[in-house]
Design a protein around this ligand. Structure first.
Ligand SMILES: [Ca+2]
Ligand SMILES: [Ca+2]
Ligand SMILES: [Ca+2]
Ligand SMILES: [Ca+2]
Length: 505
């Protein structure tokens, strides 16, 4: 064991490499690389100009200066530009406020300290904010930005290419953003406007953002391994005809923690169209393995709102700590409801458990009434279950009390999962996390600041590379996660020289 522990300490020590921040230019009009394990400073609107690539290496921390309105720090990857931000699970890329450096100890109540990251592309929008456009392909400007004279075109997105690549955005944590950039307009942590399916976005955390954690406007980019923690508005917000898949999504909403009365809005707010209201392509979300944690006893809190000609297929997911689970808006034309009746929206293999016990019936979980469709019973029957999956909810930094991994005897593990569409993976469990390995380990604020229950440990094993133990020590019967093969393997006892044997994969 000694050799293994020493290797681990070496890794922790490398995180202490701190230096001065290099300023990032406001117009990136060359291929620019931010080099590994360095610190940079983001000030004001910062555009990656069309035709150029911003590369961000593992371990880069980008500190954003304070500011609101037109002086808010925000990174805009313009239409026709690319970003290649590829961190690792042990060496992520972090965007945060400079106050995280100069003051420190920021928590979920420290929001709106800088803007956010916007990636814009030539993907297809079915509509836009004004409803006016020429030709077959609408375009739109990112909400709320006040660009300088001459820069107006840099916040425009949308086009005719849903397969475009805007680059790679992987193992990135976005913290404390969402500054107000114009009256009544906060900015999302991650905004994806007209981003195409060739773009890779996985392992992204948005922590304590003043607006939505992630908002997607049109395009066809898919996402995996996304964390939306403590946003003031919605977890995942969709608009303008987006078509894509999401797998492994964790949303945990604000609940007035820290004595703050500000709370989040919905887990998911999924709109099909802006203006006009029914033009194609029809928005469709295909989502598998989400865990949504709402605001507990907050009576107005609803997990999912589908509206404005939207539709969603949701598979093998967990919804807890909400008052109500599903709201389908009636709209003036019943478009959303008609898509549901046509089978375009469906919920299969999910677990629902309201924090309001009386609502835990097939009819009780839906929001119905004058403005909302009814009945919606079908969403909560069939292969869905109304049962407590036994997760433990905590929103307290450092408390190590949030347990999102189901126990082996949880209904999330013991009951059959639903089949999923091509492009998504059918798992043996429901929800964002399996019982063994928490994929937020190592690279997230939630993990590094002690929100999660302490479970296994990472080791850089001298022969096997990075492995993760389900319990404290490598011993007979340990479950070991091998990072290089992305597999769990059970190991047997060592021989006299200390060599351990894999039993099966
Ligand atoms: Ca928003
Ligand atoms: Ca929103
Ligand atoms: Ca909202
Ligand atoms: Ca929206």
């Amino acid at each position: 064991m000694n050799k293994i522990v020493i290797a681990l300490m070496g890794v922790v020590a490398s995180f202490g490499n701190l230096g001065a921040q290099t300023p990032i230019p406001n117009k990136i009009s060359t291929n620019l690389t931010l080099t590994a394990n360095s610190e940079y400073l983001l000030s004001g609107y910062t555009y990656v100009m069309p035709g150029y690539t911003l590369t961000i290496e593992p371990g880069v921390t980008i500190y954003a200066e304070e500011g609101t309105g037109s002086s808010a720090a925000a990174l805009v990857v313009t239409r026709g530009a690319r970003i290649h931000a590829e961190g690792t699970s042990t060496n992520p890329i972090v965007f945060t406020s400079i106050l995280d450096k100069t003051v420190g100890n920021l928590d979920a109540d420290d929001t709106g300290l800088w803007g956010g990251v916007c990636i814009l592309g030539n993907g297809i929008l079915n509509s836009n904010k004004s409803g006016s456009f020429s030709g077959d392909y609408p375009t739109n400007d990112i909400e709320g930005f006040i660009p300088a004279s001459g820069d107006e075109g840099l916040i425009n997105y949308g086009g005719s290419d849903n397969s475009e690549s805007s680059g790679v955005f992987r193992y990135v944590s976005l913290r404390h953003g969402g500054a107000i950039i114009s009256e009544g307009n906060e900015i999302n942590g991650l905004t994806l406007g007209g981003v195409g399916s060739g773009t890779v976005i996985d392992h992204v955390e948005v922590y304590a953002n003043k607006d939505d954690a992630v908002e997607i406007f049109g395009g066809a980019v898919s996402l995996s391994h996304i964390i939306c923690a403590f946003a003031y508005d919605d977890g995942l917000d969709l608009d303008q005809g987006w078509l894509g898949q999401v797998q492994h999504l964790f949303v945990i909403q604000r609940a007035g923690q820290g004595g703050n009365t500000d709370k989040g809005d919905k887990g998911g707010e999924w709109d099909g169209n802006d203006k006009p209201t029914t033009r194609g392509p029809k928005m469709l979300l295909q989502l598998a393995n989400a865990t949504f944690i709402g605001m507990g006893t907050e009576s107005s809190n609803t997990a999912i709102n589908i509206r404005a000609n939207g539709a969603a297929e949701v598979y093998n997911s967990i919804f807890i700590e909400y008052n109500k689970m599903l709201q389908i808006d009636k709209d003036s034309d019943s478009a959303t409801y008609n898509r549901f009746l046509a089978g375009e929206s469906k919920f299969e293999g999910n677990i629902w458990y309201s924090s309001t016990p009386a609502n835990n019936t097939v009819t009780g979980l839906a929001v119905t009434g004058e403005a909302y469709c009814s009945p919606l019973d079908a969403f909560f029957s069939g292969t869905n279950q109304i049962v407590d999956p036994g997760l433990t909810v905590s929103r307290v930094l450092g408390a190590q009390a949030l347990d999102v991994q189901p126990a082996l005897n949880s209904a999330a593990v013991t009951t059959a999962t639903a089949n999923v569409p091509a492009g998504l993976t059918k798992t043996s469990y429901k929800g964002a996390f399996d019982p063994y390995y928490n994929w937020a380990t190592g690279w997230t604020k939630l993990y590094n600041d002690g929100y999660f229950v302490a479970k296994g440990t990472w080791f850089d094993h001298p022969e096997w590379g990075w492995i993760y133990l389900d319990s404290g020590a490598l011993e007979n019967g340990s479950y070991v996660y091998f990072k290089n093969t992305d597999q769990w393997i059970w190991v047997a006892a060592s021989d006299a020289s200390g060599y351990w044997t894999y039993l099966f994969k």
